[in-house]
Ligand binder design. Sequence first.
Ligand code: UDX
Length: 432
Amino acid sequence: MKLCMIGTGYVGLVSGVCFSDLGNDVICVDKDLNKINNLKKGIIPIYEPGLEELVLKNYKNKRLNFSTNLKDSVRKSDIIFICVGTPTKRNSNSADLSQVYAVGNEISKSINKFKIIINKSTVPVTTGDELEKIISKKVKKKYFSVVSNPEFLREGEAIRDFIYPDRIVIGSNDSKSQKILKNLYSPLISKGAKFISTQRRAAELIKYASNAFLATKISFINEIANLCEKTNIDVEDISIGIGLDKRIGSRFLRAGPSYGGSCFPKDTKAIVSTAEKFKTNLSIIKSVIRSNKKRSDLLSKRVNSILKNKIKNKIISFLGVTFKANTDDMRESSSLKLIPFLSKKGAKIKYYDPTGPKKEFKKLKNVQFSNSIKDSIKGSDIVIAHTEWNDFKSINFKRFSKNKKLIIYDMRNIYSPEKIKKLGFKYFGIGR
Ligand code: UDX
């Protein structure tokens, strides 16, 4: 099939590349000429394991192309995916849909035959209705169909999530489009992905409700971890003990710092805001947002108490600063609160991240990037394992540090407390 992805951000690029790898002809469109030129040279704008190889392979065999010409790309395609950003509006919690609607308007000028227009951007319920209205100002309804097909890709695992999704959700009010899209996704369905056809509005809400539920699960275990710390219980045992109940499930029950990234913080706020428009109070999600916001303060206080209120001049080593492993994304990472707090209190911070130094810390006093794990740990008073990269899981602390009083604060519970204690170091984890 001939596909066009509008927006080569995370969702558009990963989905476009994977669709081309499944044998479709795909044009990835973006108005950023520099980005498009780079992509043609195989320079990838995001860090995502496995993506570069797939881009090179499919660009070479001509199933994948890149363009800044939206009009021409839409004309050549049967299915158009809208994959532009829907950030939180300034001074409000709702999603800014201006890019989605602007693209809808552009598409409407280029429709020359029947097109399926799919919204893959995360959008509030009724956005599809609005998009349909915009396009129908210029195009007769029989020439297009607006569909919602939310994505559930995790950064760092996006390619695997695309190829082996738990489910594919198609929200459409017309059966012709449902059939065509089932066919498009048939290689994934035959590998075991469940295919769900639903109303367009329902598909829009499935996306927000999924992310809000996962954020709730994480905040829930984080709060249970707080209780575990007071009662001398290991929260890892609780995660296993409750996760084995099939009604609960074991995934997304890892206690840690506050959840971050480009989706959970934004989408939880947006669903609450949408619900308010429909006079519905989503009190549980509101309390999740509050709990997650408070979590960074709580962890800052914990570092303070581990260091016995003497943060000034302490050398603190951060291992990992991104919001999760296998990404270079800093959005809403808890390190953005922890590091400035500690630097303000007079600590000297050395941080190492496999994805390199971060512009967010450039202007902070006493915050320096280290070129290796060893450099970061050397001479420090406390090591904070902030992100769960595999690179950090088997560190020989004894070899890297001469400090006999070294403290390890394991914010992802990746180390065995017993082993660390056996080395003679002090160990603190989350909820243990
Ligand atoms: C998320 C959704 O998982 C994905 O389906 C959606 O489409 C986009 O948003 P992503 O933000 O890439 O994906 O990362 P995810 O793996 O979900 O983690 C989000 C945050 O939750 C991270 O800060 C992570 O560290 C945290 N998390 C996750 C936990 O603290 N504990 C867990 O058990 C899982």
